[in-house]
Design a protein around this ligand. Structure first.
Ligand SMILES: Cc1cc2nc3c(=O)[nH]c(=O)nc-3n(C[C@H](O)[C@H](O)[C@H](O)COP(=O)(O)O)c2cc1C
Length: 250
């Protein structure tokens, strides 16, 4: 296995950081390397907001449901889908941009997520710890205000970055076979589903989760507690209005 594969096999989210700062030059080098990620038509329709300031972190923290990484990590990166810069370039060159639609938001989100994940791998290869915060898409409307994002810009992922102050166990994954389809999609029988999810369901931490939440199955912890329909519907409405306000939907 080569060095990159070894890094990938060992990777895990890190949520606790030491107080040691992340050097600006190192961060810059990692971001520079991350921008080598593939990007649609080489348009680079993303922007990355670096947050180090305590006061901005204090404003962001409640928008990330007070997850402690926001305050404790020395660096917070917000990866944004961004057509603002590209639209401006088009307009000053007498080219009319046609990027005020959902496809363009999706395109820019893909670009932003590719650069985000490339950054995480680059950072982990330097022994930095990273963790995504999925709260970004729940409260994008308010993050837009705090980070002063103009029309055409939508935050899609936040990553906390710092030197690890924990070494957690790696968490499980489904067997590779569960996620791979040869040539065409092979839909799952109930038996296959039970087989693929068995190991996850039988883990001690999963059983504990089910017990703590007074549920009958691990799946119910997801549907009734962690990712509930009512929350999904509510945050979908917020995100749809963000897309309208930022000029990606009519
Ligand atoms: C899009 C995305 C959003 C996430 N949001 C959060 C989050 O809000 N808080 C958190 O503690 N971890 C978050 N995570 C980390 C996941 O919980 C973690 O990747 C998953 O449990 C697998 O663990 P591992 O990364 O250690 O392998 C997120 C990960 C992704 C990719």
């Amino acid at each position: 296995m080569n060095e990159v594969s070894k890094i990938l096999m060992k990777r895990k989210s890190i949520r606790k950081y030491s107080s040691e700062p992340v050097d600006d030059n190192l961060l810059n080098d990692l971001l520079f390397a991350s921008c080598r990620a593939g990007t649609t038509g080489n348009m680079q329709v993303y922007s990355i907001i670096i947050t180090r300031s305590g006061s901005i972190k204090n404003e962001l923290a409640p928008l990330h449901f007070n997850q402690k990484m926001i305050i404790e990590a020395p660096v917070i990166l917000t990866f944004c889908a961004d057509f603002n810069r590209f639209n401006k370039w088009c307009r000053i060159n007498n080219a009319e941009p046609g990027y005020d639609n959902f496809l363009s938001f999706f395109t820019a989100s893909i670009d932003a997520l590719l650069v985000a994940q490339t950054f995480c791998i680059a950072a982990e290869s330097e022994k930095l710890g990273t963790c995504y915060l999925g709260t970004t898409t729940y409260t994008a409307d308010k993050i837009i205000e705090v980070l002063k994002l103009p029309k055409g810009v939508v935050p899609v992922a936040t990553v906390s970055v710092g030197w690890p102050a924990e070494d957690p166990e790696q968490v499980d994954r489904l067997p590779l076979k569960a996620v791979i389809h040869n040539e065409v999609y092979h839909d799952y029988s109930p038996d296959e589903i039970n087989f693929y999810y068995k190991e996850k369901e039988e883990r001690a931490d999963s059983r504990q989760f089910v017990k703590e939440n007074n549920k009958q199955s691990l799946a119910q912890v997801f549907t009734d507690v962690r990712y509930k329909k009512s929350d999904n519907v509510y945050f979908s409405e917020t995100l749809l209005s963000v897309l309208k306000n930022q000029g990606f939907l009519k």
